[in-house]
Ligand binder design. Structure first.
Ligand code: WT7
Length: 657
C-alpha cells in the first residue's frame, strides 16, 4: 500500500439501535455503561485488566505484575500467577452447575448426545490420565486431528489439564498439511479418528493420518484413534491405540497441573501471504481471560442461554467460542458435526429450533450460501428463541447483514459483527449488543481495553472519515499471540516491523467513519489501485451482491497498462448462469457494470465479469483471492485447488468456459 488515499465510496447509512427489550436485560445496557468501561481502561490500563483477571479467573497463585513490557513486542501478562485452564473451565462449575448441560452434540445423521459439566469433567480427567500414561508431560505438543465431536473438546481440555500444548489441525486439511504441522511442532502424540461425517460422506481421517506419518513425523510416538464412524481402518501395532479401550481403563481423578500464566496453551497454524503456515502461540491466562470477557461483553452470555458457534474446532473461532469461552463462563453450547446443507439447507435453522438456540454465531459465507435458498425456508422453522446473532471471518456484505437481521433475527436480535484474528485470540472490534447501534457491514468500535487505530504509511493516525489505511492495535492485550512457534524473529517481522515495533499490524485495511466506527476493507494486499484510486475489493463485491440476481462475488485486480490495475469480477448468480460468458457478451454483465457504477462510481466498474458456478475457497470458507489473482494474471497455478468442486469450475475461472 502506498500513502495515497484509499477511496471508499460505498456509503452505508442505515443505523440500527439495540432493540429496547435486549438492552433492558443486557449486561452492558447502554452507551454510558460501555463508555465507562472504555474510560476505566483508558485511565488505568493495567488496573482495568488486573480487575478483570481477578474477577473472571480462578488463580492457584495470584499474579503481581499485570503487564510485563520490558521486552517489547514479546509482552507477558500476569507473570507470577499460576492457574489451570481446564480447572477454570470445568472444576469450578461443579459446585452448582454439575448437572447443567455443557455440550449438546448433534451428529450429521441426527443423533444427539448431551454432556453435563460433571460428565465432561470426568471424561476430561480420564483422558488427561491417558495422556500422562502415554508419557505426555507439561510442554509436550499434542496434535489433534478430529472431526467436530465432543472428543475434540475433551482432548483439548485434557491437554490443558496437564500442561501439554495442543495443536489442532482442521479435519479438512490434507495429509501433507498435517505432516507439516506435526513436524514444525515436533509433536509426540497424534489424536485422530477413524473418520468424520461431512455431507453424508465419510472423511477418511485415519487414512490421511497414516499417509502423513509415512516416512516423516519422526517425533510421533503414539497415535490415539477415536472410533466414530466405525468403518474398517488399519491400525499399526505398537503405535496406534483405540481411544475407547484406553479411556475405559483410566482413572477419573486427575489433579490439574498448575502452570504459569504465560505457559503456552496451544499452537494454531495459520497461513499468511507468504511462506509456510505460522504456528500462532497463545498463552494460558491472558487468552482464557479474553474468552471470558468477550463471552460476557459481546455475547452477553447468561446462565439460561443456549450458545451455538458453528465454527469447527480446527479454527480459532472453534477454540475461543467452543472449547474455551463457553466453558470458562459455565454456559451451555451446541456442537454440530456436519455441513449446513445436509440433508437440506434448512439444517442450521432446524438445529436452532430443536435445541432452542438463543445465541447463534456463524460466518458471512454461510449466511450468503443459505440466503440463496430464499426466505421461506428459515420461515418454516421456529426461530423465536434466538436473541442475538453474530458473524465472523470476513466483512459481511450489507445485503447479507440485512437478510440475517430481518429473516433470521426477525428484527429482534442485534447482530454482532466481530472483527478479530487467530493472532488476536478473541474479539477485538465488535458491537456490544445492548449498547452500540449497528451499521450493516461495520464491526463498529473496539472493545474496552483494546486500542485500535487506522494509520497511514508513516504510522500516523488517519482521522478523516472515508480515508482508509492500515488497521493496527496500539497497545498489547492479554489474549494476544505471544510469538510464532520457534520463530521469534518472524513474529516481529510479520506483525511489528512495519512501524518499528510500535504497533501490532493486523494486515487488514480499514477506514473509520465520522462516528469512529471501523469498516474492514479486506486484507491490505487485496486493495486495488485503479487509475490512482484505491478501492477495497470488498466494497465492489458488496455492491455486486446487493444486486438481486447475484448470490456471491469475488473481485481481483489485474495489471493494466493504462489504469495500473483493472477489475475482474467473478460472479455466481442466484439462478442459472448465462450460456454466453465473458465481457460484454451477456447483457447481464453490462447490467452489473452499470449497477456497480451506480453504487460506487464509474471507477469501480468491473472491466470484466466472469459468471461462474463456484469460487475457490479455503477450507474455512474464505475466498482464495490469491488464486483468483494468479488466474486473472494468466500465471501458472501453484496453489492447492483441491477445495474446488470440479475442473469445470477452474476452466470457468480461467475464462475458458
Ligand atoms: C482475518 C482473520 C477471527 C476468526 C476467523 C478468522 C478477517 C475476521 C472479520 C470481520 C471483516 C474479518 C480479517 C482478519 N475477518 N473477522 N468481522 N469483518 N473481516 O480468523 O483466519 O485468523 O482471519 O479475517 O481479514 O484479518 P483468521
Amino acid at each position: 500500500m502506498n500513502d495515497k488515499n484509499i477511496e471508499s465510496t460505498l456509503c452505508e447509512e442505515r443505523l440500527f439501535s439495540p432493540p429496547a427489550e435486549f438492552s433492558a436485560k443486557a449486561r452492558i445496557p447502554d452507551r454510558a455503561a460501555f463508555d465507562s468501561l472504555v474510560q476505566a481502561a483508558d485511565e488505568n490500563f493495567e488496573g482495568f485488566w488486573s480487575d478483570q483477571a481477578k474477577a473472571e479467573l480462578t488463580w492457584h497463585k495470584p499474579f503481581e505484575t499485570v503487564l510485563d513490557d520490558t521486552n517489547p513486542p514479546y509482552y507477558r501478562w500476569f507473570t507470577e500467577g499460576e492457574l489451570n485452564v481446564s480447572f477454570n473451565c470445568l472444576d469450578r462449575h461443579l459446585k452448582g452447575k454439575a448437572d447443567k448441560a455443557a455440550i449438546i452434540f448433534e451428529g450429521e445423521r441426527g443423533e444427539v448426545t448431551t454432556l453435563t459439566y460433571r460428565q465432561l469433567h470426568q471424561r476430561v480427567c480420564r483422558f488427561a490420565n491417558v495422556l500422562k500414561e502415554q508419557g505426555i508431560v507439561p510442554g509436550d505438543r499434542v496434535v489433534i486431528y478430529l472431526p467436530m465431536v465432543p472428543e475434540a473438546v475433551i482432548a483439548m481440555q485434557a491437554c490443558a489439564r496437564i500442561g501439554a500444548i495442543h495443536s489442532v489441525v482442521f479435519g479438512g486439511f490434507s495429509a501433507e498439511s498435517l505432516k507439516g504441522r506435526i513436524e514444525d511442532a515436533e509433536a509426540k502424540l497424534l489424536i485422530t479418528a477413524d473418520g468424520g461425517y461431512r455431507g453424508g460422506r465419510i472423511i477418511q481421517l485415519k487414512a490421511a493420518a497414516d499417509r502423513a506419518l509415512q516416512g516423516g513425523c519422526v517425533s510421533i510416538q503414539r497415535v490415539i484413534v477415536l472410533q466414530h464412524t466405525g468403518h474398517e481402518i488399519a491400525m499399526t501395532g505398537g503405535r496406534d491405540l483405540w481411544w475407547h479401550q484406553i479411556e475405559a481403563k483410566a482413572d477419573s481423578h486427575c489433579e490439574p497441573v498448575w502452570v504459569n500464566a504465560e505457559h503456552p496453551l496451544f499452537l494454531l497454524y495459520t497461513s499468511g501471504s507468504t511462506g509456510k503456515p505460522k504456528g500462532i502461540q497463545h498463552a494460558s491466562a491472558g487468552y482464557l481471560l479474553g474468552t471470558a470477557t468477550t463471552m460476557k461483553w459481546v455475547f452477553d452470555i447468561r446462565d439460561e442461554d443456549i450458545f451455538w458457534c458453528t465454527a469447527d474446532v480446527g479454527w480459532v473461532t472453534g477454540h475461543s467460542y467452543t472449547t474455551y469461552g463457553p466453558l470458562a463462563v459455565g454456559a451451555t453450547m451446541v456442537m454440530y458435526e456436519g455441513v449446513p446443507t445436509f440433508p437440506d439447507p434448512g439444517r442450521f435453522w432446524k438445529l436452532c429450533q430443536d435445541h432452542k438456540v438463543t445465541i447463534f454465531y456463524t460466518a458471512p459465507t454461510a449466511i450468503r450460501a443459505l440466503m440463496k435458498w430464499g426466505d421461506d425456508l428459515p420461515a418454516s422453522y421456529d426461530l423465536s428463541q434466538l436473541r442475538l446473532l453474530g458473524t465472523v471471518g470476513e466483512p459481511i456484505n450489507p445485503e447479507a447483514w440485512m437478510w440475517y437481521y430481518r429473516i433470521i433475527g426477525n428484527e429482534r436480535c442485534p447482530i454482532v459483527d466481530t472483527w478479530w484474528q487467530t493472532e488476536t485470540g478473541v474479539h477485538m472490534i465488535s458491537p456490544i449488543p445492548g449498547a452500540i447501534p449497528t451499521k450493516p457491514g461495520s464491526c463498529t468500535l473496539p472493545l474496552p481495553g483494546i486500542s485500535a487505530a487506522v494509520v497511514d504509511e508513516k504510522g500516523e493516525s488517519i482521522t478523516t472519515a472515508d480515508r482508509g489505511g492500515y488497521l493496527v492495535i496500539t497497545r498489547p492485550w492479554p489474549a494476544m499471540l505471544r510469538t510464532i512457534w520457534g520463530d521469534d524473529q518472524r513474529y516481529y517481522e510479520t506483525y511489528w516491523r512495519k512501524f518499528d515495533g510500535k504497533y501490532y499490524v493486523a494486515g487488514d485495511s480499514a477506514r473509520r467513519d465520522e462516528d469512529g466506527y471501523f469498516w474492514i476493507m479486506g486484507r491490505a494486499d487485496d486493495v486495488l489501485n485503479v487509475s490512482g484510486h484505491r478501492l477495497g475489493t470488498m466494497e465492489i463485491e458488496s455492491a455486486l451482491v446487493a444486486y438481486p440476481k447475484v448470490a456471491e462475488a469475488a473481485v481481483v485486480g489485474r495489471p493494466d497498462a493504462i489504469k495500473g490495475e483493472s477489475i475482474l469480477a467473478y460472479v455466481i448468480l442466484k439462478g442459472d448462469r448465462p450460456a454466453k460468458n465473458g465481457d460484454g457478451g451477456a447483457p447481464l454483465a453490462e447490467e452489473l457494470r452499470a449497477w456497480v457504477a451506480e453504487q460506487i462510481g464509474p471507477i469501480a466498474k468491473p472491466d470484466e465479469i466472469r459468471f461462474v458456478d463456484g469460487l475457490p475457497k479455503t477450507r474455512s470458507g474464505k475466498i482464495m483471492r490469491r488464486l483468483l489473482r494468479t488466474i486473472a494474471q494468466g500465471e501458472t497455478i501453484t496453489q492447492d485447488t483441491s477445495t474446488l468442486e470440479s475442473e469445470a469450475i477452474l476452466a470457468q475461472l480461467q475464462g475458458k468456459a
